[in-house]
Design a protein around this ligand. Sequence first.
Ligand code: ZN
Length: 379
Amino acid sequence: MFKSVLLLGHIRGIRLEIHVSWLVILALLLVTMTTGLRQQFPEWSFTTAMTTALVTSLAFFLSIVLHELGHSLVAIRRGVPVRAITLFIFGGAAQMSRDTESAKDEFWIAIAGPLVSFALAALFLVLLAFLSGWYEPLTVALGWLGAINLIVAVFNLIPGFPLDGGRVFRAAVWHYTGDADKGMRAAVAGGRLVAYGLFAVAFWNLLVLGQLMGGIWLLLIGWFLLTMAEGHGRTYEMNKRLAGIKALDLAEGNVPRVNGHTTLDTWLNHQVLPWGQRAFMVEDNGGHLLGLVSLSDARPVPREQWLETTVAAVMTPLSEVVTVSPEESAETVLQMMNERSLNQLPVMANGQLSGWISRQQLLRTLENQLELRQLLRNR
Ligand SMILES: [Zn+2]
């Protein structure tokens, strides 16, 4: 399967990932910067221009990581867990496991990124001042890095979701009205306004100035911001409804099980077909869990071998099965199942299976849970 996200490594337990779109931007940046440098400094050799472009691009990449790390470390210090930092076409995002609980947390987490970018800009520009007149490619790189970090800091402070400024705006409205929802709505509205503003400038570029590339680029950024702002708004409303529902509430107790020694032939004909279940937990004779087997594990095995192949031979071993703790929030459960395209998610605590969440049943269980809560509230 094609993966759109590549794992680079871990920093302080946070996954550092790049979305493939970032590689496209990196390549584009490399080509345009090399060409630009060759035009601006004809006396430079091709190798010098390309090396400068490469080093500058990588330093820019590192600057964005540091910006996101700024958000992440402040978030962790304030008790908001961060799962991953993802770098994609228009920059980066720190993925937090839950929403902030106070306007102050929201403000400091949001402002930390632009502050890091301002600090980096200052660092590069001070270095430039000290080293000016020294090795030319180095000073060119420092000047560019100073400018771009300044642009990143300022652009991110525009007060509309999903930009950092949108979060700062949200924190401000939240602080002064004491209402987190109002803050959220204001930030999403701000995001929409910023997107419409970008559309207007884009059309002005296209129709009045006749600048095709600039116009299309602005349209893309505007459209991206609009989608993100709307998405944030929807997720927020959804999570508010889901608040308090846990993985265990969504789990079914009747988990289909199969003995590891069962042949594929017996399993498929006597359990899968009549029960209409696509996945089973595999256990040994003593009832200990060994792993999880699903129809897709059996698919690559030729039919002639079904009689001599056991389910244990094709299953996913327990250590590799994605599981969730009973206390995990419904929000995280949905996110995990979507992100990893899981059809079932065993709920486990201390090696004991307490049920599982299946995609087939999930919506119905969720509806029941929400209805039940409504009932209890109306009493
Ligand atoms: Zn940021």
